[in-house]
Ligand binder design. Structure first.
Ligand code: G
Ligand code: G
Ligand code: MN
Ligand code: NA
Length: 250
């Protein structure tokens, strides 16, 4: 498609930009890390949402090139921060399905000098269902370097529970579909509470996504959720806007 051709060109032309969204501790409010969210400044279409271009990148295989670029730039950027906060990078199913992926991640860590302990990779259920044994092998190798694996969009897949049984996740990110309205909707509240109890029994830390209002934060804190991410604390922002936070001035 035209968009796919534009994308290939755009990677080289510097049209892609990393945005960063803070993650916060529910007890102290402190920033605990950042998730990288990709943005595309298209020369004629303007800002194109990843919800639009990531699926195309996946279908065309361009996600490999784009994903490598995001990973390298994210690690390069995080390595410059004076405050050694972790950075979370989304990994697409096609990237995870590549048995060479761990080696490329390791090469990026070596090249950028970012300690593996400061990198978190976010994967979704769709990234692991196609070839579970292959995914498990890749995940184990990645973890052996010392980085962390988070399960993204938790609860939205077909078999989130079997994913927890099969894969050694270091973090669960509860999808914002369950989090928004958690303080007013008893179904959402029940699902979030039971997820927190389950994760606690499994010793897996939980982050709730999409927290927009104080009532949601209060609910989550009381229910024992340690971390949140969402507009309440901050939207995804360009690098210049997080400068103070990552260099210790804020
Ligand atoms: O930032 P938000 O706007 O709108 O992102 C939309 C979707 O795109 C989310 O599901 C998010 O996980 C995904 N996304 C954003 N950046 C990346 C990226 O660098 N790689 C992959 N694979 N997905 C991303
Ligand atoms: O799929 P993933 O969880 O990686 O994508 C995160 C998506 O959620 C991005 O599109 C990001 O812009 C969006 N997002 C982050 N915080 C909020 C929020 O508080 N409210 C809403 N509506 N979207 C959010
Ligand atoms: Mn994510
Ligand atoms: Na998510």
């Amino acid at each position: 498609s035209a968009l796919a051709m534009d994308m290939r060109h755009g990677i080289g032309a510097g049209e892609f930009e990393l945005y960063f969204q803070q993650q916060n501790d529910t007890q102290t409010g402190r920033t605990t890390g950042f998730e990288v969210l990709l943005r595309w400044n298209h020369p004629t279409r303007g800002l194109v949402s990843p919800a639009e271009f990531i699926p195309i990148a996946e279908k065309t295989g361009l996600i490999r090139e784009l994903g490598d670029w995001v990973l390298r730039e994210s690690c390069r950027e995080a390595a410059t921060w004076r405050v050694p906060l972790p950075v979370a990078v989304n990994v697409a199913p096609l990237q995870l399905g590549d048995q060479d992926f761990p080696k490329r991640v390791l090469a990026v860590l070596v090249e950028t000098g970012l300690p593996a302990s400061r990198l978190e990779l976010e994967i979704t259920e769709t990234g692991i269902i196609a070839d579970q044994q292959g995914a498990l092998k890749v995940i184990r190798e990645l973890k052996s370097y010392g980085l962390r694996i988070a399960m993204d969009d938790y609860g939205t897949g077909y078999s989130s529970l079997s994913m927890l049984q099969l894969f050694p996740f270091d973090k669960i990110k509860i999808d914002r579909g369950f989090v928004s309205g958690v303080s007013t909707n008893r179904h959402s509240a029940a699902i979030v509470r039971s997820t927190l109890i389950l994760a606690s029994s499994l010793d897996i830390p939980v982050l709730a996504e999409g927290v927009e209002v104080e009532a949601e934060l209060d609910f989550l804190r009381l229910a024992g959720c340690a971390q949140v991410q969402g507009y309440y604390y901050g939207r995804p922002m360009p690098r210049a806007a997080i400068e103070d936070k990552v260099n210790g001035a804020a």
